[in-house]
Design a protein around this ligand. Sequence first.
Ligand code: SAM
Ligand code: SF4
Length: 341
Amino acid sequence: MATDGFGRRIDYLRISVTDRCNLRCIYCMPPQGVAWKPHEELLTYEEIERFAAIAASQGISKIRLTGGEPLVRRGLVGHVRRLLAVTGIEAIALTTNGTLLARYAQDLAEAGLKRVNISLDTLDPDTFARITRGGDLADVLAGLDAAFEAGMDPVKINVVVVRRLNQDLLGFARMTFERPVHVRFIEYMPVGGADDGTVCGGAEAEGWTADDEVSSDEILARLAAEGAAAGLGELVPVARESAPGGWGPARYYRFEGAYGTLGVISPLSHHFCGECNRLRLTADGRLRTCLFSDDELDARAVLRGGTDDDVRGLIERALAAKPESHNMRIGTARRMSQIGG
Ligand code: SAM
Ligand code: SF4
């Protein structure tokens, strides 16, 4: 079992398989995108699998694949199959923007992937195109259908809530009456842009400001009030034991009679650093001990020039260096697409 310097059990590794993406979400990337890392700087699947096997021997049992957009990297299905064959790895999850999921859901499910998180911030096509700078909502909805058809479970939707976007949260609540989907509302986080002072999306008009943050408490109050007014009934907390299987800090609620749940993730308003269970491996092979900390360890150099014991030592150093909390830092050297969320 791996524990860090503060006694937290670390059993979850988020792996970014690429920094490339087919969308340009305003809270994640500047309009012109981010310069992609050259291929030779990205970890190969073989290197990632070796890292995962060593991490598993130290107590990592859960892996989430993320990006950039993980489904734009060729060969992901085989990678999932091989990771699931690693001794000690119990489950793999995928975080995706969903645009390519209709194409890959069946193959991913056959490879053993069950858990999928689809990022979708609105059900309005025009707002979707604005948020993603040109994406087509229909692609994501087709991906969502495909995930259910392939038998994935749990299927979750991640909604980043940004005040100026004035998103229709009730539309997501209604979805939970149609199918067992678990919608999680995430507080907008000030990540990225430390290099040029343009936090998050980069463009002056779309970048992060504190006014755009909507706290989970406000989100829940809105859901409860709008749901009651629309005749959906009362929004009640879901006990931890009955919450959709999760590895993170979401708190779940449900309208009575709904198949799915509504969750909130509050990195800013309710610090959950005390329960943090994760490490992050970036696509270019840096081991990150905290989403908000730019102190990274160079796993790629060790994977390319070192023994398994050297990699083990690196993971131990990362565990020892994991900060106690993120201290609400604003801006990081990497943007969210380069970390993996
Ligand atoms: N491309 C994939 C996707 O969108 O799901 C995976 C990578 S994306 C960086 C991972 C998650 O980070 C997404 O759910 C996205 O909405 C979230 N994210 C990106 N920028 C964010 C921000 N500034 N605040 C909160 N969440 C953010
Ligand atoms: Fe791409 Fe995901 Fe970032 Fe959107 S949030 S730009 S889909 S990496």
